[in-house]
Design a protein around this ligand. Structure first.
Ligand SMILES: Cc1cc2nc3c(=O)[nH]c(=O)nc-3n(C[C@H](O)[C@H](O)[C@H](O)COP(=O)(O)OP(=O)(O)OC[C@H]3O[C@@H](n4cnc5c(N)ncnc54)[C@H](O)[C@@H]3O)c2cc1C
Length: 262
């Protein structure tokens, strides 16, 4: 079986600075890491490979520095990696990102299962997985919480519907987006790190995707444009309460309830 996992390099931590003038995140000089949900997607693919046989290809769209997450994926059990990197891909919104990734996946050996994280920790839209599936005309399930088994030409999974869990049987090839409930990602393997140190990473630019419509790449292929980007104002509201420990405890509980934390 051929499993493909879409992985994205995202800024480390939550304190991301914003370039308000250009309307983009300041990525230069910011430590980067593998998007956390993509680690769960990768683990799901590697576990299925170990159970049923096959290969795992990871694919990422980003600048050359995104090779680091492909190298990391090699230490977590991925067999092949492909980086989509070209200035023409820059400034992509979620539609252009989905289009570029879908066009690349079309050019890989036939794929049985595509995995994505449920969302990223920077863009945070959760649109790219379903976007790829629609463009490839494949069935998909978002927010997968459990993978039961492969049965013939289908896979059985649980998905979080918000108000309950639904069990689905989906025909392959299909796309799944993974939550953190789906598994426990393994730690990087030192043995694999050594073994894959020189493993090739395929780099595809826009020319490698010949036949695709270049007008759908990057900024030109993005029907949405960021008009303004700014950090949300930090709330400095505070209340000072007085009373007995019991009263304060009750009041604290009521406040948490009011804020829907309990
Ligand atoms: C209107 C708009 C304009 C934007 N303009 C810019 C811009 O000018 N410059 C800029 O840097 N960013 C821009 N972005 C951000 C950029 O669109 C997103 O980084 C990208 O489309 C992915 O969306 P997301 O991060 O929300 O992914 P989600 O949909 O939350 O990601 C879900 C899953 O899709 C997969 N995935 C997502 N992105 C990638 C990727 N690149 N490679 C491989 N797999 C991936 C992963 O498996 C991920 O877990 C813009 C976003 C929007 C909405």
């Amino acid at each position: 079986m051929h499993f493909v996992v879409c992985i994205k390099q995202v800024p480390e931590g939550t304190e991301v600075e914003i370039d308000e003038e250009k309307g983009v995140l300041k990525r230069e000089g910011v430590e980067s890491k593998l998007n956390v949900y993509d680690a769960y997607a990768l683990e799901a693919a590697v576990a299925l490979k170990e159970q049923y046989g096959g290969t795992v290809t990871v694919i990422s769209m980003g600048p050359p520095q995104a090779m680091a997450v492909i190298r990391e994926a090699y230490t977590l059990g991925a067999d092949d990696g492909c980086l989509l990197s070209d200035r023409a891909f820059a400034g992509a919104d979620t539609l252009a990102t989905s289009y570029t990734l879908a066009e690349a996946i079309r050019r890989l050996p036939p794929v049985d299962l595509i995995f994505c994280g449920m969302q990223t920790t920077d863009g945070d839209t959760a649109q790219v997985g379903p976007g790829i599936a629609e463009l490839l005309d494949l069935p998909h399930a978002s927010y997968v919480t459990k993978i039961h088994e492969l049965v013939g030409d289908s896979i059985i999974v649980d998905t979080d519907m918000g108000d309950g869990i639904e069990t689905l049987k989906i025909k392959l090839p299909c796309l799944l987006t993974c939550t953190k409930e789906v598994n426990e990602p393994r730690l990087p393997s030192y043995r694999l790190k050594r073994a894959t140190r020189d493993r090739e990473i395929t780099v595809w630019d826009s020319k490698a995707l010949s036949g695709a419509n270049a007008a759908y790449f990057g900024l030109s292929g993005s029907p949405t444009q960021v008009e303004r980007i700014f950090p949300p104002p930090r709330g400095r509201d505070k209340e000072i309460w007085e009373g007995s420990p019991e009263e304060l405890g009750r009041r604290f509980h009521d406040k948490l309830k009011e804020l829907k934390f309990v």
